[in-house]
Design a protein around this ligand. Sequence first.
Ligand code: CDP
Length: 315
Amino acid sequence: SPSRHESPRVNITASKVEQTRINSTRTAKPPGVSFNTSEVERIRKWVLKYFNPDTDLTINKSQVKLGKLMRYEASRSRRANITENFLRLIPESSPLLGRHFRSCAVVGNSGILLGSRCGPQIDSADFVFRCNLPDLEGFEKDVGTKSNFTTMNPSVLPHEYKGYAKDSSVQEIFVRRLRLIHDQILHIPAFVSVSGRKDVEFTNRMILKHRLPIKLSYAPRHTSKRMQKLWNDSEFQPKRPSTGNILFALAACLCDQIHLYGFYPFAKDEKGRKIEYHYYGDVRNHRKHNMTEEYRAFQRLHQRKALVLHTEPCD
Ligand code: CDP
Protein backbone atom coordinates (compact mmCIF):
# COMPACT_ATOMS: atom_id res chain seq x y z
CA SER A 1 0.00 0.00 0.00
CA PRO A 2 1.26 3.52 -0.74
CA SER A 3 1.41 4.44 2.95
CA ARG A 4 4.22 1.92 3.38
CA HIS A 5 6.34 3.87 0.90
CA GLU A 6 8.37 6.95 1.69
CA SER A 7 8.20 8.45 -1.79
CA PRO A 8 6.56 11.87 -1.91
CA ARG A 9 3.00 11.62 -3.14
CA VAL A 10 2.78 13.54 -6.39
CA ASN A 11 -0.07 15.96 -6.25
CA ILE A 12 -1.29 17.28 -9.59
CA THR A 13 -1.91 20.66 -8.02
CA ALA A 14 1.57 20.77 -6.55
CA SER A 15 2.85 24.27 -5.91
CA LYS A 16 5.77 25.65 -7.87
CA VAL A 17 8.15 25.07 -5.00
CA GLU A 18 7.04 21.50 -4.65
CA GLN A 19 7.21 20.94 -8.40
CA THR A 20 10.80 22.18 -8.46
CA ARG A 21 11.64 19.83 -5.65
CA ILE A 22 10.11 16.88 -7.49
CA ASN A 23 11.95 17.77 -10.69
CA SER A 24 15.32 18.23 -9.01
CA THR A 25 14.81 14.92 -7.22
CA ARG A 26 14.28 13.34 -10.61
CA THR A 27 17.40 14.74 -12.16
CA ALA A 28 19.42 13.54 -9.18
CA LYS A 29 18.30 9.97 -9.79
CA PRO A 30 20.95 7.66 -11.19
CA PRO A 31 20.51 7.42 -14.96
CA GLY A 32 19.51 4.19 -16.65
CA VAL A 33 19.70 1.76 -13.79
CA SER A 34 17.31 -1.14 -13.68
CA PHE A 35 16.45 -3.78 -11.14
CA ASN A 36 15.39 -7.35 -11.62
CA THR A 37 12.43 -7.68 -9.29
CA SER A 38 12.61 -11.46 -9.03
CA GLU A 39 16.30 -11.21 -8.02
CA VAL A 40 15.39 -8.56 -5.46
CA GLU A 41 12.69 -10.88 -4.11
CA ARG A 42 15.03 -13.88 -4.06
CA ILE A 43 17.66 -11.96 -2.05
CA ARG A 44 14.99 -10.74 0.36
CA LYS A 45 13.78 -14.29 1.02
CA TRP A 46 17.34 -15.53 1.53
CA VAL A 47 18.08 -12.78 4.07
CA LEU A 48 14.77 -13.24 5.90
CA LYS A 49 15.65 -16.89 6.60
CA TYR A 50 18.43 -15.67 8.89
CA PHE A 51 17.55 -12.10 9.82
CA ASN A 52 14.10 -10.67 10.41
CA PRO A 53 14.34 -6.95 11.17
CA ASP A 54 11.02 -6.97 13.03
CA THR A 55 12.48 -9.18 15.76
CA ASP A 56 16.26 -9.23 15.23
CA LEU A 57 17.24 -5.60 14.70
CA THR A 58 17.00 -4.35 18.27
CA ILE A 59 16.34 -5.53 21.78
CA ASN A 60 13.04 -4.13 23.02
CA LYS A 61 11.46 -3.15 26.32
CA SER A 62 9.61 -6.42 26.84
CA GLN A 63 12.96 -8.28 26.84
CA VAL A 64 14.64 -6.33 29.66
CA LYS A 65 14.03 -4.83 33.05
CA LEU A 66 16.00 -2.59 35.36
CA GLY A 67 19.11 -4.38 36.61
CA LYS A 68 18.91 -7.26 34.17
CA LEU A 69 22.37 -8.70 33.51
CA MET A 70 23.09 -8.73 29.79
CA ARG A 71 25.50 -11.07 28.05
CA TYR A 72 27.89 -9.80 25.39
CA GLU A 73 28.76 -11.46 22.09
CA ALA A 74 32.55 -11.12 22.44
CA SER A 75 32.99 -11.05 26.21
CA ARG A 76 32.05 -14.56 27.29
CA SER A 77 31.97 -14.44 31.06
CA ARG A 78 31.37 -10.76 31.75
CA ARG A 79 27.96 -9.17 31.94
CA ALA A 80 26.57 -5.72 32.56
CA ASN A 81 23.22 -4.60 33.85
CA ILE A 82 20.44 -2.56 32.33
CA THR A 83 20.59 0.91 33.84
CA GLU A 84 17.80 3.45 34.16
CA ASN A 85 19.07 5.47 31.18
CA PHE A 86 19.21 2.36 29.06
CA LEU A 87 15.68 1.46 30.01
CA ARG A 88 14.47 4.93 29.06
CA LEU A 89 15.92 4.64 25.55
CA ILE A 90 15.33 1.00 24.62
CA PRO A 91 12.45 1.03 22.11
CA GLU A 92 9.07 -0.63 22.68
CA SER A 93 9.57 -2.36 19.33
CA SER A 94 11.77 -1.99 16.27
CA PRO A 95 11.66 1.60 14.96
CA LEU A 96 11.46 0.05 11.49
CA LEU A 97 8.50 -2.20 12.25
CA GLY A 98 6.14 -2.31 9.24
CA ARG A 99 8.30 0.07 7.18
CA HIS A 100 8.96 -0.49 3.51
CA PHE A 101 10.75 1.76 1.05
CA ARG A 102 10.93 2.05 -2.69
CA SER A 103 14.50 3.31 -3.01
CA CYS A 104 17.29 3.15 -0.43
CA ALA A 105 20.87 4.36 -0.36
CA VAL A 106 23.29 2.43 1.81
CA VAL A 107 26.38 4.56 2.29
CA GLY A 108 29.68 2.91 3.19
CA ASN A 109 32.66 4.96 4.31
CA SER A 110 35.21 4.36 1.55
CA GLY A 111 37.34 7.25 0.29
CA ILE A 112 35.97 6.45 -3.19
CA LEU A 113 33.23 8.95 -2.26
CA LEU A 114 35.68 11.88 -2.18
CA GLY A 115 35.05 14.06 -5.23
CA SER A 116 32.16 11.81 -6.34
CA ARG A 117 29.51 14.58 -6.13
CA CYS A 118 27.05 11.80 -5.20
CA GLY A 119 25.45 13.82 -2.40
CA PRO A 120 22.26 14.87 -4.26
CA GLN A 121 21.76 11.38 -5.66
CA ILE A 122 22.18 9.79 -2.24
CA ASP A 123 19.77 12.29 -0.69
CA SER A 124 17.18 11.58 -3.40
CA ALA A 125 16.69 8.04 -2.05
CA ASP A 126 13.58 7.51 0.06
CA PHE A 127 15.63 6.13 2.95
CA VAL A 128 19.36 6.55 3.65
CA PHE A 129 21.52 4.23 5.78
CA ARG A 130 24.95 5.31 7.05
CA CYS A 131 27.73 3.52 8.95
CA ASN A 132 29.50 4.51 12.17
CA LEU A 133 28.37 8.07 12.67
CA PRO A 134 30.47 9.32 9.76
CA ASP A 135 31.41 12.97 9.29
CA LEU A 136 28.92 14.81 7.08
CA GLU A 137 29.88 18.46 7.56
CA GLY A 138 32.23 19.52 4.77
CA PHE A 139 31.42 16.42 2.70
CA GLU A 140 27.81 17.22 1.77
CA LYS A 141 28.48 17.45 -2.00
CA ASP A 142 29.96 13.97 -2.06
CA VAL A 143 27.94 12.09 0.55
CA GLY A 144 24.77 14.11 1.16
CA THR A 145 23.16 14.78 4.51
CA LYS A 146 19.98 12.71 4.70
CA SER A 147 20.37 10.08 7.41
CA ASN A 148 17.43 7.90 8.31
CA PHE A 149 19.39 5.07 9.89
CA THR A 150 22.88 5.63 11.28
CA THR A 151 24.93 2.94 12.99
CA MET A 152 27.56 3.63 15.62
CA ASN A 153 30.00 1.06 16.94
CA PRO A 154 30.75 2.12 20.54
CA SER A 155 34.47 2.25 19.59
CA VAL A 156 33.73 5.33 17.46
CA LEU A 157 33.87 7.37 20.68
CA PRO A 158 37.40 6.46 21.85
CA HIS A 159 38.71 6.47 18.25
CA GLU A 160 37.16 9.61 16.84
CA TYR A 161 36.22 11.65 19.88
CA LYS A 162 39.43 11.14 21.87
CA GLY A 163 39.27 12.43 25.42
CA TYR A 164 35.48 12.71 25.33
CA ALA A 165 35.09 11.53 28.92
CA LYS A 166 36.85 14.61 30.31
CA ASP A 167 36.98 17.20 27.56
CA SER A 168 33.76 19.19 27.26
CA SER A 169 34.73 20.65 23.88
CA VAL A 170 35.02 17.10 22.48
CA GLN A 171 31.64 16.29 24.04
CA GLU A 172 30.16 19.28 22.24
CA ILE A 173 31.48 18.08 18.90
CA PHE A 174 29.98 14.66 19.56
CA VAL A 175 26.57 16.09 20.51
CA ARG A 176 26.69 18.35 17.45
CA ARG A 177 27.18 15.25 15.30
CA LEU A 178 24.33 13.41 17.04
CA ARG A 179 22.05 16.37 16.31
CA LEU A 180 22.47 15.72 12.57
CA ILE A 181 20.44 12.54 13.06
CA HIS A 182 17.45 14.75 14.00
CA ASP A 183 14.52 12.49 14.93
CA GLN A 184 15.76 9.54 12.89
CA ILE A 185 17.31 6.23 14.01
CA LEU A 186 20.66 5.60 15.71
CA HIS A 187 21.57 1.92 15.84
CA ILE A 188 24.21 0.81 18.36
CA PRO A 189 25.65 -2.71 18.55
CA ALA A 190 25.65 -2.30 22.32
CA PHE A 191 26.11 -5.95 23.31
CA VAL A 192 29.19 -6.99 21.38
CA SER A 193 32.03 -6.13 23.72
CA VAL A 194 31.61 -5.23 27.38
CA SER A 195 34.58 -2.87 27.06
CA GLY A 196 32.38 -0.57 24.96
CA ARG A 197 29.88 -0.37 27.76
CA LYS A 198 31.08 3.02 29.07
CA ASP A 199 30.88 4.47 25.56
CA VAL A 200 27.28 3.31 25.17
CA GLU A 201 26.42 4.71 28.61
CA PHE A 202 27.96 8.04 27.65
CA THR A 203 26.04 8.18 24.37
CA ASN A 204 22.79 7.42 26.22
CA ARG A 205 23.58 10.12 28.78
CA MET A 206 24.22 12.77 26.10
CA ILE A 207 20.99 11.91 24.23
CA LEU A 208 18.95 12.25 27.43
CA LYS A 209 20.78 15.29 28.77
CA HIS A 210 20.35 17.25 25.53
CA ARG A 211 16.85 15.84 24.93
CA LEU A 212 17.82 14.72 21.44
CA PRO A 213 14.76 13.40 19.55
CA ILE A 214 16.75 10.42 18.18
CA LYS A 215 15.08 6.99 18.05
CA LEU A 216 17.37 4.30 19.42
CA SER A 217 17.96 0.74 18.29
CA TYR A 218 20.36 -1.59 20.16
CA ALA A 219 21.47 -4.69 18.30
CA PRO A 220 20.95 -7.93 20.22
CA ARG A 221 24.13 -9.87 20.85
CA HIS A 222 23.72 -12.49 18.13
CA THR A 223 23.68 -10.21 15.08
CA SER A 224 27.14 -11.19 13.76
CA LYS A 225 26.31 -14.85 14.17
CA ARG A 226 23.15 -14.40 12.13
CA MET A 227 25.10 -12.60 9.40
CA GLN A 228 27.71 -15.34 9.41
CA LYS A 229 25.03 -17.99 8.90
CA LEU A 230 23.45 -15.91 6.17
CA TRP A 231 26.68 -15.70 4.18
CA ASN A 232 27.55 -19.35 4.88
CA ASP A 233 24.38 -20.10 2.94
CA SER A 234 25.78 -18.38 -0.18
CA GLU A 235 28.62 -18.68 -2.65
CA PHE A 236 30.59 -15.99 -0.78
CA GLN A 237 32.65 -16.13 2.40
CA PRO A 238 33.16 -12.74 3.99
CA LYS A 239 35.40 -13.42 7.02
CA ARG A 240 33.56 -11.34 9.57
CA PRO A 241 30.45 -9.40 8.61
CA SER A 242 31.18 -5.68 8.43
CA THR A 243 28.76 -2.92 9.34
CA GLY A 244 28.07 -2.31 5.65
CA ASN A 245 27.28 -5.97 5.26
CA ILE A 246 24.70 -5.85 8.06
CA LEU A 247 23.11 -2.75 6.52
CA PHE A 248 22.92 -4.47 3.16
CA ALA A 249 20.98 -7.32 4.81
CA LEU A 250 18.66 -4.88 6.57
CA ALA A 251 18.06 -2.93 3.35
CA ALA A 252 17.38 -6.17 1.45
CA CYS A 253 14.45 -6.79 3.80
CA LEU A 254 13.03 -3.26 3.58
CA CYS A 255 13.83 -1.80 0.17
CA ASP A 256 12.82 -2.52 -3.43
CA GLN A 257 15.77 -0.67 -4.94
CA ILE A 258 19.10 -0.73 -3.11
CA HIS A 259 21.86 1.65 -4.13
CA LEU A 260 25.26 1.12 -2.49
CA TYR A 261 27.73 4.02 -2.31
CA GLY A 262 31.12 4.16 -0.61
CA PHE A 263 31.72 0.44 -0.81
CA TYR A 264 35.23 0.11 -2.23
CA PRO A 265 37.84 -1.63 -0.06
CA PHE A 266 40.81 -1.14 -2.40
CA ALA A 267 43.78 1.19 -2.15
CA LYS A 268 43.54 2.38 -5.77
CA ASP A 269 40.70 3.08 -8.18
CA GLU A 270 40.54 1.74 -11.73
CA LYS A 271 42.59 4.68 -13.00
CA GLY A 272 45.30 3.95 -10.43
CA ARG A 273 44.47 6.87 -8.17
CA LYS A 274 45.05 6.45 -4.44
CA ILE A 275 41.84 5.86 -2.48
CA GLU A 276 41.69 6.60 1.25
CA TYR A 277 40.20 3.90 3.45
CA HIS A 278 37.61 6.36 4.76
CA TYR A 279 36.32 9.51 3.07
CA TYR A 280 36.85 11.36 6.39
CA GLY A 281 39.21 11.36 9.37
CA ASP A 282 42.16 9.07 10.06
CA VAL A 283 42.79 5.85 8.25
CA ARG A 284 42.58 2.85 10.51
CA ASN A 285 43.53 -0.75 9.98
CA HIS A 286 40.49 -2.85 9.19
CA ARG A 287 41.95 -6.16 8.20
CA LYS A 288 39.48 -7.93 10.48
CA HIS A 289 36.95 -8.00 7.66
CA ASN A 290 37.45 -9.74 4.38
CA MET A 291 36.19 -6.78 2.45
CA THR A 292 37.45 -7.97 -0.91
CA GLU A 293 35.14 -10.95 -0.63
CA GLU A 294 32.32 -8.66 0.47
CA TYR A 295 32.96 -6.44 -2.54
CA ARG A 296 32.94 -9.47 -4.84
CA ALA A 297 29.53 -10.43 -3.45
CA PHE A 298 28.11 -6.95 -4.08
CA GLN A 299 29.55 -6.97 -7.60
CA ARG A 300 27.76 -10.25 -8.36
CA LEU A 301 24.50 -8.92 -6.92
CA HIS A 302 24.97 -5.81 -9.07
CA GLN A 303 25.45 -7.96 -12.20
CA ARG A 304 22.23 -9.79 -11.35
CA LYS A 305 20.44 -6.45 -10.92
CA ALA A 306 19.54 -7.24 -7.31
CA LEU A 307 21.14 -3.91 -6.33
CA VAL A 308 23.23 -1.11 -7.82
CA LEU A 309 26.84 -0.75 -6.66
CA HIS A 310 27.97 2.81 -7.38
CA THR A 311 31.72 3.31 -7.67
CA GLU A 312 31.82 6.03 -10.35
CA PRO A 313 31.35 9.76 -9.84
CA CYS A 314 27.72 10.83 -10.02
CA ASP A 315 27.71 13.39 -12.84
O1 CDP B 1 32.32 -0.89 11.26
P1 CDP B 1 33.21 -1.19 10.09
O2 CDP B 1 34.65 -1.24 10.46
O3 CDP B 1 32.74 -2.43 9.40
O4 CDP B 1 32.98 -0.04 8.98
P2 CDP B 1 33.59 1.38 8.51
O5 CDP B 1 35.05 1.33 8.30
O6 CDP B 1 33.04 2.47 9.36
O7 CDP B 1 32.91 1.49 7.07
C1 CDP B 1 31.54 1.25 6.90
C2 CDP B 1 31.32 0.20 5.84
O8 CDP B 1 31.69 0.71 4.55
C3 CDP B 1 32.17 -1.05 6.02
O9 CDP B 1 31.56 -1.94 6.93
C4 CDP B 1 32.23 -1.59 4.60
O10 CDP B 1 31.07 -2.34 4.30
C5 CDP B 1 32.24 -0.32 3.75
N1 CDP B 1 33.59 0.08 3.35
C6 CDP B 1 34.11 -0.34 2.12
O11 CDP B 1 33.45 -1.11 1.41
N2 CDP B 1 35.34 0.08 1.72
C7 CDP B 1 36.08 0.89 2.49
N3 CDP B 1 37.27 1.31 2.07
C8 CDP B 1 35.59 1.31 3.75
C9 CDP B 1 34.34 0.88 4.15
